[in-house]
Write a protein that binds this ligand. Structure first.
Ligand code: PEP
Length: 261
């Protein structure tokens, strides 16, 4: 089964809606000039919530070959949850994806595995594909080795899913995020293979083969090729480098400059 690679840009709390519009236009031009097609590599941007309507309008009006998504959502669908964003609202803005359980949410907002699982189910309820982030801290790595913590985090989500439900998994070692020190391609492959094996155990072989597993953590144009050569790495979740149009576009165009697909 072929899995279309996904290059996802997590803008975190950067770029207001005007800056996002300018960025998306430039990104689309850059990819168009390079004759990029989402059939080959899908590209998605994850702006702040306040930018989503503007980005959606631009992508839809200009028929840009880009997807967009939210950086989080509520486990609840509606009601007295001040500051929360419903999956229904993301769906109404044509979000194809939503990031769930990013390590910054787990660390600063104390999101645990149960909440991450509930948010994943909420996204699926609204037809938005969850990008479920898992990954170990440097301390976890020291104490438990590379796979135990991310596999455990994923298992908590998989326990709530049916085999035909689509999620994307992002393996993001916390020590590699924003540090400039990416995992090696071999380290990424080892954990992504363990995550795929866990999907097979929980949901069966078909789900394991179908599910895209991304690597994230200090990805840039200069190192994307090594990750994409790995059997179980199906794309990248990119933070810092996704804020530079030329760099992000070069990451998305990895097959053209490295010949790995
Ligand atoms: C991230 O925030 O998900 C991330 C991977 O960041 P960076 O690429 O900057 O390490």
């Amino acid at each position: 089964m072929t899995r279309t690679p996904l290059i996802a840009g997590n803008w975190k709390m950067n770029l207001d809606h005007l800056q996002s519009i300018a960025f998306v236009q430039k990104l689309a031009w850059s990819l168009r000039d390079a004759k990029h097609s989402s059939a080959e590599v899908e590209v998605a941007v994850f702006p702040p919530f306040t930018d989503l309507r503007s980005v959606q309008t631009l992508i839809s009006a200009d028929k840009l070959d880009l997807a967009h998504g939210g950086q989080d959502l509520s486990a609840h669908d509606s009601g007295a949850y001040t500051g929360e964003i419903s999956g229904a609202f993301l769906a109404a803005l044509e979000c194809r994806y939503v990031i769930i359980g990013h390590s910054e949410r787990r660390q600063y907002h104390h999101e645990d595995d149960a909440l991450v699982a509930a948010k994943t189910v909420a996204a699926l309820r609204h037809g938005v594909t969850p990008v479920v982030c898992v990954g170990e801290t440097a301390e976890d790595l020291e104490a438990h080795g590379p796979s135990a913590v991310p596999v455990g985090q994923l298992a908590a989500v998989l326990a709530e899913l049916a085999p035909d439900q689509e999620i994307v998994v992002a393996y993001e070692p916390v020590w590699a995020i924003g540090s400039g020190q990416a995992a090696t391609p071999e380290q990424a492959q080892q954990v992504c293979a363990a995550l795929r094996a866990e999907i097979e155990t929980a949901l069966g072989a078909e789900a394991a083969q179908r599910t895209r597993i991304l690597y994230g953590g200090s990805v840039k144009a200069a190192n994307i090729a090594g990750f994409m050569k790995q059997k179980d790495v199906d794309g990248a979740l990119v933070g810092g480098a996704s804020l530079d149009v030329d760099e992000f576009s070069a990451i998305a165009r990895f097959p053209k400059h490295v010949g790995t697909v």
